[in-house]
Design a protein around this ligand. Sequence first.
Ligand code: F0G
Length: 455
Amino acid sequence: MTDVAFQSSIHPGNEHCYGLDEVLTACPETGDLLDIQYDWDKVPVPSSMREFEARWGNRHNPLDFSGVWRFRELLPFAPEDKIVTIGEGQTILQQSDHVGKFVGLNPGQLHLQYEGLNPSGSFKDNGMTAASTHAHMVGAKFAACASTGNTSASLAIYAGTTGLFRVIVFVGSGKIAYGKLSQALDYGAVTLQIQGDFDDALKQVRDVCREAGIYLCNSVNPFRLEGQKSIMYRVLEGLQWEVPDWIVVPGGNLGNSSAFGKAFIELKQLGLIDRIPRLAVINAGGANTLYQLFEHDGLRWNDGNPDQALIKKFYDQMDAENRRANTLASAIEINRPVNLTKCLRALDACDGVVREVCDAEILDAKARVGAGGFGCEPASGASVAGAKLLRQQGIIAPSDRVVCILTGHQLKDPTATVNYHAGKDGEKFVPEFRNAPIVVENDFTKIMDVIHQIG
Ligand code: F0G
């Protein structure tokens, strides 16, 4: 396998390559982010995506059951006996006219990709199965990550379920939704609450992993993004292998958007799709680094040479003003997205756009999703709110086929949901789809009075 896959810098002119046995999160020569690349001539890639359907009938094989590894020829970096899978990727693409109407699309055009149905309740499992596989390949005994909550829950479940390694997770104090914190604790991860936010926790965990030789599972780990490509394979599968017009995804550390871009670049290169959908990355207004840099400052991939001085100036100013990310969508409360340049490549390949939406828009969209079934956590609502905004701006047409990625399960952050419906964020905004609990005395007649008032 090792001659098929290798690690290399994302910088197109940079020829430095590294073997799969190396544990790296940046190019040692240049500091650039790394990709996993393949010598596709040596991989038995099917001639059509439809050929993957044959694996549906072979679900007793854990690799064919997995929604990630049944596409294994598209991420061929691991020997089969090293693959670590816990049944991730059993997610669905659901057409929703209920949400489509809210967004402003014609009937039949809005689809929701429910990644909250993964074992740990978020899309992260798609990436963590791949990172865990690589950790297993290199014999790691300890793994760590910084997290706004879902990465830590995901890493903890892989360690807990397989017993292959121990896990240390770094989270910001008071910054993590309870559902997610409870998962890390219950799955047995050593949990460090850093007195700071996600950006602080990530900086610390990177230094700690380097110093202590611990395997790092944040999305700077290029193997993780290989797994996250599979979300796009399943979207295509859900659309019977037709390419949608738009993929809309919330942006935090920008791993997902980067992985989606790589997936489509490769599928096009392999001749498995004939066109690439457009990509919309949606920031929360309180954590909008990508939006500011891409839409205001005009930062672009620029053939692999993004304007580093512009990025540095932005961060220097952010530090000078001590600007901290701040949003109720705590999963994406991130001001220093580590995959920024990779995401620029994805935006370039997918003719992408970036938008910001405020917390009220995010939570209203989340409530619309919930009222249509399944539900999602706040950050996921950003994709629907972003699609609505792009529709209002005329960038998405009513006839476009749009897929919004719902990244995390509704039960991840019950506090946000209850506060919204109970109107507890009242001083910040008025919830448009409020469904408050009705307080009633423990008295049959009074309860019946309430029942009679229900329209
Ligand atoms: N949605 C959810 C539910 C998330 O948990 C995250 C990221 C994102 C969206 C953003 O995805 O980073 O790929 O742009 N959560 C990370 C974590 C940062 O630590 O769980 P991204």
